[in-house]
Design a binder for this molecule. Structure first.
Ligand code: HEM
Length: 304
């Protein structure tokens, strides 16, 4: 087995701002080519998914988490739009629900290997990093949970239902990959109420090859798109074989969700903000089609 710190072939470090910090204008940080700020380029081989079974599983784990972190960021931008009022507009509620469903889709992608491969190629790498390694240490999700805690979405509304679907998908992935039950965290006496330290957040970032600092909108978009395209290509080459009742937890098929993500994320490149585009939604908050008139507005800055 490879070591915990080994970088999967072709997977770059993902640079993200700290949660709650906005993406910056290109002139705030030095960019090699100012022209690249408006048109993000797809660095094609950046995240090509490995062909070998175990390597592919680990690569999916990493790349699936990277895109999940980006999705949490975009979800947080929508949730922060409530400005502490405790409620979101109907359109933003539907958008938030859609981002949650994207998170659910990525859980299925990241965790799509067998329990044997997970036990051999993924879990030990995290355990070497820390024996109680946990998703609780994901700082971008902490921020989402914080913003969500300020809201009071209707009990049976689209957002609550997306949250329920997400919990179900998470539990299902956990059950499929670790049928015997305990997470590393709980297996090492961890208790969620004990609070998360900065050192744990940093370990989580380090394991998932995330560095923190100023990032432009176009760099963020390019990083997401290169990974999403790699996921799309991987799903074409190696379709995921999941039980129908698991896939049914998603509003549409996994490849479809990735395709939609590519479109929505792509719209963020020149200031057209994906999560803030007008989405026509059906009764469960799933975008049916995008209107041709897209809203151009600055990214909503979240206050930490
Ligand atoms: C597939 C990618 C995964 C992602 C992105 C993910 C993400 C997260 C996040 C953000 C949390 C903290 C917030 C929350 O409770 O929802 C969490 C907690 C948790 N996750 Fe996951 N998770 C993944 C896979 C798994 C797997 C394979 C297991 C199997 C054991 C698992 C079991 C748990 C448990 C039990 C918790 C509660 C805290 C703990 O015991 O560590 N998750 N996960």
């Amino acid at each position: 087995m490879t070591t915990a710190s080994e970088r999967p072939f072709g997977l770059d470090v993902l640079r993200l701002p700290m949660p709650g910090q906005s993406l910056v204008e290109p002139d705030v940080i030095e960019v090699a080519d100012p022209g690249s700020a408006a048109e993000p380029t797809l660095s094609a081989p950046v995240a090509r998914v490995a062909a070998d079974g175990s390597d592919r599983a680990f690569h999916r784990w990493m790349i699936g988490h990277h895109v999940t972190f980006g999705v949490w960021r975009m979800l947080a931008d929508v949730l922060a739009g409530s400005g502490g009022t405790g409620s979101l507009s109907e359109a933003d509620t539907a958008r938030a629900a859609w981002w949650y469903d994207c998170y659910s889709a990525l859980l299925l992608y990241a965790g799509s290997c067998t329990p044997e491969v997970y036990a051999r190629s993924i879990r030990p790498r995290m355990a070497v990093k820390h024996p109680a390694f946990s998703g609780l240490w994901a700082r971008d999700y902490e921020w989402v949970a914080h913003l969500l805690g300020r809201l009071n979405p209707p009990r049976d509304g689209v957002l609550k239902r997306a949250l329920k679907r997400n919990r179900l998908v998470h539990m299902t992935v956990a059950q499929m990959l670790v049928p015997e039950g305990a997470s590393l965290f709980k297996g090492h006496g961890g208790r969620a109420g004990n609070g998360v330290t900065d050192a744990e957040r940093a370990l989580f970032d380090e394991f998932f090859l995330v560095s923190r600092g100023a990032v432009t909108q176009s760099d963020f978009t390019a990083a997401m798109l290169s990974r999403l395209v790699a996921i799309r290509d991987d799903l074409v080459a190696n379709p995921i074989d999941l039980r129908a009742e698991v896939l049914d937890m998603l509003p549409t098929g996994l490849p479809d969700m990735i395709d939609k993500l590519i479109v929505v994320v792509g719209e963020t490149s020149t200031g057209v903000v994906g999560p803030r585009t007008h989405l026509d939604v059906d009764e469960v908050g799933i975008p049916l089609r995008r209107r041709t008139s897209l809203v151009r507005e600055p990214m909503q800055a979240a206050t930490p």
